[in-house]
Design a binder for this molecule. Structure first.
Ligand SMILES: Nc1ncnc2c1ncn2[C@@H]1O[C@H](COP(=O)(O)OP(=O)(O)OP(=O)(O)O)[C@@H](O)[C@H]1O
Length: 332
């Protein structure tokens, strides 16, 4: 796989007029020429290869949208070097736009008063998509996203879930190689979120489109993105597989053993008992190396075991632990 996005020490700072409190302060603010500097993105480096699906995660104000805007050429970095498909995005914004698709969850790219279909047609003309290719893509995306019933409706009449599907379809009509999504599931209900996630996974795995998405929703990462980039305060905190993060944090798996009848106290060296409900006993497996087979071997056959369930630590717990342990994990 070739590298298609390379960020090398990318930095973005915004200058904002200094604000003062109170009425006198407001007036002073109007005439003052003082500025404060916001460090939105600080010295971020990463490489993304063709075909990857990467989740860009971080709390409010961490610098996620700013980074996406720089990769799409909307914003110009203050420092560092950024290359997308071999180009500097803001310098070749129009050429770049033909090869990328962009979806902003909070801002529509569709024409509000026009039928969805007309927005698509305008998009075809702007991007100069060959007629036959356009028809083929439209038919395929309409089927995949179940949009048949509302292609003729005005965008303002659509539900948020329907609009989101139309946004994603439009972003893909010109066969982009990279799809950037900023909070694609924000405000959607569970069913609509599920549809968006399934679609994006398919687009990535079957059409080979590279996906970069920002989100607050950890489930998005879990289902779509094997790789996770975490930022806070503009700085990069973690870049790697979600699996690696779990391992690095020593995230614990939960084990539940159900017995036919209460076997009395059960103690194991491979797992720590955390709650005993008689016939149901809950353990934590703290060592990554320990497998279920090890636990069962230690347990032996004599307890009348009826059922076993093993739960991987959920992503919310992993991220929470990450932020708690942050000073120890991140070289300052
Ligand atoms: N145009 C701008 N002018 C001044 N400051 C800005 C501008 N855009 C973003 N910022 C500031 O840069 C920082 C990063 O903002 P950004 O929108 O990238 O964060 P985010 O991680 O996307 O946040 P959220 O999850 O809330 O959308 C914030 O402190 C924000 O206030």
């Amino acid at each position: 796989m070739s590298e298609i996005i390379v960020a090398d020490g990318v930095t973005k700072r915004f200058r904002q007029p200094k604000r003062y409190s109170g009425l006198a302060g407001a007036i002073k603010g109007l005439i003052s020429r003082e500025f404060t500097e916001v460090r939105a993105v600080e010295d971020i480096s990463f490489t993304i290869r063709a075909g990857e699906a990467v989740g860009y995660l971080g709390p409010n104000g961490a610098g996620k949208s700013t980074m996406i805007k720089m990769m799409t050429g909307i914003l110009v970095p203050t420092g560092g070097a950024l290359s997308v498909l071999g180009r500097t995005p803001h310098e070749e914004r129009m050429v770049n736009a033909r090869e990328i698709g962009v979806v902003f969850g909070q801002r529509s790219q569709l024409w509000w008063d026009l039928p969805v279909h007309d927005s698509f047609e305008l998009h075809r003309r702007i991007y100069d998509v060959p007629e036959a290719r356009y028809r083929e893509n439209l038919a395929h995306l309409t089927r995949m996203l179940g949009m048949e019933s509302y292609l003729d409706r005005a965008v303002r009449q659509l539900s948020l879930g329907q609009r989101m599907r139309a946004e994603m379809a439009m972003a893909l009509l010109h066969d982009p190689r990279i799809l950037f999504l900023d909070e694609p599931t924000i405000g959607l209900d569970v069913v609509a979120k599920d549809a968006v996630r399934k679609f994006l996974t398919e687009v990535n795995r079957e059409r080979g489109v590279t996906i970069i998405l920002t989100t607050h929703d950890l489930q998005d990462i879990e289902e779509i993105c094997p790789r996770l980039i975490m930022v806070d305060d503009g700085k990069l905190l973690f870049d790697g597989e979600l699996k690696r993060l779990r391992t690095a944090l020593g995230a614990r798996r939960r084990l539940k053993l159900d017995f036919a009848t209460d076997p009395g106290p059960v103690s194991l060296t491979s797992a720590r008992l955390v709650s005993d409900e008689g016939a149901s006993k809950h353990f934590l497996i703290e060592n990554e190396e320990t497998s279920l087979v090890d636990v069962l071997a230690e347990l032996g056959g004599g307890h009348g075991l009826k059922d076993v369930s093993l739960e991987e630590p959920d992503i919310e717990e992993v991220i929470r632990t990450f932020y708690q342990q942050r000073p120890a994990l991140v070289p300052q």
